[in-house]
Design a protein. Sequence first.
Length: 369
Amino acid sequence: MKILHVINSLAAGGAERLLATLLPRFVSRGASVSLLVLDARGDAFSAGLAAGGVDVRFARAEGANVYSPARIRDIAGAIRLFSPHIVHAHLAPSFHWCALACGRRRPGGARLVATEHAMKNRRMSLPILSRLERSAYGRYDRIICVSGEVARAVSGWLGMDAGNFPVIQNGIELGGDAMGELRADAAIRQWKDGRFLVAMTARFVEAKDHATALSVLAALPDSFAMAFAGDGPLLSAMRQEVIRLGLESRAWFAGTVTDIGSFLASANAYLQPSRDEGFGIAVLEAMAAGLPVVASDVGGLKTLVGGAGTLVTPGDVDGFSLALRKLADDAALRAKSIARGKARSRLYDIEESVDWYMELYDSVLGAAE
């Protein structure tokens, strides 16, 4: 089986980390896997993917505008070169360019698959685009959703039967609880200086709501600090917000972090105040690493964290602050949350996700015969 995956970039983010974990496992199952990356800038995962046997190609080595229609030509060229049985798109606009590059004739008979990683996108607020979106989605043989919440949101937006959107939940490597056993990052540990450290791993984009996280930190006493892993368009604005709130000594910006385990091992708790979240793979990693989790009561986080951590209404600074205070003050509560989070994380083994993807690929190819 030859599979061509297409994604906007390999900057550190949930969808990108998922591919970094998934694709080498497809190779280990006997598939031939190529990955076309439309924008080379911010690459955090290509070296690991290549080491795992994935053929990683960049549309333009110096970086490219992912919104340019020229990317259609790049995708079409990759299809001609690789002759895949399946083209698998991730995130917009890669999703749209793949639909146009493949068209309805499907060059070489390739089947078209996509994974929907998010519950919300800006296109949903523009009804004028709905007809075009339905046309794009209609060109795909399968639209995989990372959670039931995503499937319901996307099918409702498009007015399409939810049965057209199979769910394959994300997963992580669960080998021997390794993430929780990694040594803490030495620099963060020294900076932490005995304070209760709250970690957050997310791209600096509006949906992740770092502004609320900083407001929560400002509402907590000086015995609390926060460490942020990630990059993104709002990073500079959040640095300025730290200065405005007078939190320079209590906020650590780690940038792009490839060793997430060591970063998480430095912390005492994990916060995810997202305004919306399709799944929440960063939260899953935090639970596997043995951190008690406080997260927004939205989207895929409801299922992932409910009963294993603490859910708070999005934007509720007082609610988030109170939850973190309780964890810091109550060792028994902290231990219970850690145990429940670890147990929950064991339900999301990446090998099961690989099984489901391979079965879906087989069914798509079987239906085409």
